[in-house]
Design a protein around this ligand. Sequence first.
Ligand SMILES: Cc1cc2nc3c(=O)[nH]c(=O)nc-3n(C[C@H](O)[C@H](O)[C@H](O)COP(=O)(O)OP(=O)(O)OC[C@H]3O[C@@H](n4cnc5c(N)ncnc54)[C@H](O)[C@@H]3O)c2cc1C
Length: 476
Amino acid sequence: MIKTKKETLKKNIEVDILIIGAGITGMTTAYFLKDLKNILIVDANRIGFGVTLNTTAKINYFQDNMYNKIIESSDEKVATKYLKSQLYAIKSIKKIIEEENIDCDFKKVKSYVFAKNKNDVRSLIKEVEFLRKNKIKIYEKDLPINIKSYKSFYVNDTYIFNPIKYLEGIYNIIKDKIPVYENTKIIKIESLWTHFNCYTINHIIKAKKVIIATHYPYFLSPLYLPFKSYIEKSYIVVSKVNKDLDFTCISNGRNSYSLRFYNDKQNIYQISLAENHNTAFKQNDDYHFDKVKNIFNIKDSDIVMKYTNVDIMTMDNLPFIGKLKNNMYIASGFNTWGMTNGILSARIISNMILNKPNIYKDIFNPNRFKLTDLKKLPYILFSQTKSFIGSKLYKNKPWYNSNLSFFYKKGKSLACYKDKNDVNHIIYNKCPHLGCSLIFNESEKTWDCPCHSSRFNIDGKCIKGPSNYDISYKER
Ligand SMILES: Cc1cc2nc3c(=O)[nH]c(=O)nc-3n(C[C@H](O)[C@H](O)[C@H](O)COP(=O)(O)OP(=O)(O)OC[C@H]3O[C@@H](n4cnc5c(N)ncnc54)[C@H](O)[C@@H]3O)c2cc1C
């Protein structure tokens, strides 16, 4: 998150526009709207604390197998429009960074997509054909790093940056016009005829327009996101290396391998990612981190950091961007490409508010419904049900392993983590969002919800949404 802490909201307030969420989406939307008066941004945590904190931050339109997937779920026309939207987003962020002189390590790199399995070669070639048909210059070349690959192509006009430095830059531009309140969580939005009442724990923000840029919107209706999406978790290992290489790469099949470098002028880091999976399945984090180490030949002594991150995957591979209902806008479901899609959302939503044209209204309409989506519905329902019921059934175990226990007390399902000093930390084992049981994340010492990725610390404090409440246990 960005360095300086901001104030928390301490009074009721009335605004024209409330932006909820200060990640890349919310902050860039504020940037585009900065000439309007009476706007406010609130964040449940800090600016840049959300998914934007742990992204690999590739600004790229050669997105593994994206165009094939969109052609399958929609058609070639939609895929072409999506491609144009990504190029437009890249142009927009480049313009902001260059015109505003934002120091955020923005750098042009080659971006490769490669087939790590023989079976993925055909779809890679198909993806390349689609891009070439759309006049994208694309080159076939071996990967400049030692990872098994059956075929690889790259494009030239893509970028990497440091998104937190970018947010710091945006904050410095807007701060005199748009206040940002941190540690100010919106727990309820009430729609009235003339405005919305947005509730924090202690105060009400009355807003004529609301922009929900919270990554995963916590409400169930009207979007019904839990039935239109699933959460994908990835494992990231950051290691020190000697050489800064000007490229990024990602594989195109299931379970992507992805890599970029970051040079902070003191050290060079390799950021390696793999093992992505639906949070409803496979949860042994150490196993997945070991796999990442092996895939990228990373030595233990070079590792600086390991963490996980999640993003929202939609049924038709297109984000939800735009008007949810009158005066309420949303940006979510970025399918792991939220740098371009966050910027694009900011552009689309600000254009809607400023009554400027928007050619993407139809393909990203958050209220869209496609018959083809029904194909994936059983998978989504199965994974949601598995997360909801599965963990409730098998987890009634005293000392499940040496430091975890799951038990019931006065009809409540509880879980306990015993720390290295043998202190017990008890929590309510039920996510306040939609009631799923939690899974302990050994590597990061958090309780994670397999359904929609809320995360709680060992004492039950909610550190990431969509839950709006803590699950700390108090003996009564
Ligand atoms: C492992 C991984 C790697 C990725 N790599 C790339 C990449 O290379 N390139 C790319 O384009 N994309 C990438 N992505 C996707 C991208 O990082 C995300 O889609 C993007 O950061 C989402 O930004 P956001 O602003 O919408 O959400 P966030 O950054 O999550 O911001 C949302 C903010 O809302 C706040 N909030 C939440 N609930 C509330 C509430 N109730 N009240 C107030 N505030 C609230 C949160 O505190 C948070 O600060 C990656 C994703 C993952 C998981």
